[in-house]
Design a protein around this ligand. Structure first.
Ligand code: PA5
Length: 447
């Protein structure tokens, strides 16, 4: 199998290879806990076998629903926050044309997002752009009670019903939520929307390979079977029976934990391929929410390079030495662009004439890696043969598996997110939500 690969030869800094391999028994115990379901959060391990357990019928149903939305809509708004939109946006941005919405002959609907913030101007502008255009909605919330998506859905549902009538609107709305619980489930049953279920044992940030990610990705015209196939191949390649030295998820988890113990508190996920920006956003949620607890955990950050070398590059090269970098490197871009010869050569770039833009990018990547390593920034590299649904599927599963192992190595529960509730409690108290009277009084006394 052609595969994404992990390179740690430049990674280690003060951490030795021996230290990484000495973690084998600990890592194996963590993998055992995942596979036997004996670790904390073991009621949220459904993601572990998702790729190999999705059936053809599941995929058919998602594709048929996607087709119905594609046939009816010029725009599909995906409503969701956190794990309920990041995976879909990561794949769609990575695989669609960067200037998609400007293409004249469109094959696919434009995918827009809502409910991932409470920006009034954002919602106003979205609602304006939808006026007079045939649009549909995929409303995603595992809990079915999250404020941001609920607010956006209330506004857009009204707009859609006013535009096309309630009877037609219900054919353009799909809800993805819990099988039984939550306000979205109640509403969807009441209104008769097409629904998909997010399994109880799959947490939001691990849900990209359920209808949460797969339906929007299929609506965008991307082959979800390739994505699932990539993930299924990585499920095998990182299985319990795979030797430690061959298991890239095990090695990655081990390296980052050794670096953390050595004082590297921040991991920067870097790319030299701007279309991967949202892959990093998805990764940040996965690792931040899984590991950042009990006052522990590596802080996940990200940069797009070379863009951010002209801003954050200074900090990475010369700032506090508490960081390490993981570069997602794409071996082959989809297209070729050559540097032209220019007779006047006023920019002095004729030495590059005839070379591909990617040749320049690759040397920028190598030069950056060497500079950062020289500057005391350990450097891990993950290579992807190309940006395709298949390799993104591999990458997703690789990061998920490594995250589960890594969380157990850190001795936290990687599958809960208790900290996310704190702001919600305060917000509801400040907004005088019924049931929050005592909290309201207490918080207002602090202002
Ligand atoms: O990882 C998680 O579970 C969370 O970050 C959720 O993805 C996010 O809060 C959205 O939740 P929900 O899908 O319940 O609206």
């Amino acid at each position: 199998m052609k595969s994404i690969r992990l390179h740690i030869d430049k990674a280690l800094g003060r951490v030795t290879n021996k230290q990484v391999y000495a973690q084998e028994p600990t890592v194996k115990a963590c993998i055992g806990k995942l596979h036997n379901g004996t670790g904390s959060g073991n009621d949220f391990l459904g993601w572990l076998r998702l790729p190999s357990s999705i059936t053809n019928e599941d995929l058919d149903e998602i594709e048929n629903t996607a087709k119905a939305l594609r046939d009816q809509c010029e725009i599909v708004v995906v409503i969701g926050i956190g794990g309920s939109y990041l995976g879909a946006k990561a794949v769609i941005d990575a695989l669609n044309n960067s200037f998609d919405w400007l293409q004249k002959e469109r094959k696919n609907p434009v995918i827009l997002y809502a409910g991932q913030n409470i920006g009034e101007d954002y919602l106003y502008e979205l609602s304006e752009i939808l006026k007079g255009r045939p649009f549909g909605i995929i409303n995603i919330s595992k809990s079915g009670t999250t404020t941001e998506p609920a607010l956006a859905f209330r506004i857009l549902k009204k707009q859609l019903e006013e535009a096309v009538g309630k009877a037609e609107a219900k054919h353009r709305i799909v809800a993805i939520t819990d099988a039984e619980k939550g306000a979205l489930r109640t509403l969807a049953n009441q209104e008769g929307y097409k629904t998909f279920v997010i399994p109880d044992n799959v947490g939001g940030r691990f849900s990209v390979l359920t209808p949460v990610g797969l339906l929007p990705i299929a609506v965008a015209g991307i082959n979800i079977r390739d994505l699932v196939r990539g993930a299924a191949d990585m499920e095998k390649a990182t299985g319990e029976d795979v030797a430690f030295a061959e298991n890239i998820a095990a090695i990655y988890a081990s390296v980052r934990n050794e670096l953390y113990k050595d004082g590297k508190k921040i991991e920067i996920l870097a790319n030299f391929h701007p279309k991967l920006h949202y892959i990093a956003e998805w990764w940040k949620q996965l690792y931040g929410e899984s590991e950042g607890k009990d006052h522990k955990g590596i802080f996940p950050a990200s940069v797009d390079l070379t863009t951010d070398l002209h801003s954050m590059g200074q900090w990475i090269q010369d700032g506090e030495r508490s960081i390490f970098e993981t570069v997602v490197s794409v071996e082959n871009p989809e297209h070729k662009v050559f540097v032209p010869t220019d007779e006047a050569n006023l920019d002095g770039l004729n030495f590059l004439a005839g070379k591909r833009v990617d040749d320049v990018n690759k040397m920028a990547e190598l030069g950056t890696q060497l500079a950062h390593v020289d500057g005391g920034v350990p450097n891990i590299k993950i290579t992807m043969p190309e940006v395709s649904a298949y390799y993104i599927g591999q990458l997703f599963y690789f990061f998920e598996k490594a995250c589960g192992i890594s969380g157990y190595m850190l001795e936290v529960n990687p599958f809960d997110q208790p900290g996310v509730e704190a702001y919600k409690k305060n917000m509801f108290a400040l907004l005088n939500k019924p049931g929050y009277e005592k909290e309201s009084e207490a918080i207002k006394a602090r202002l």
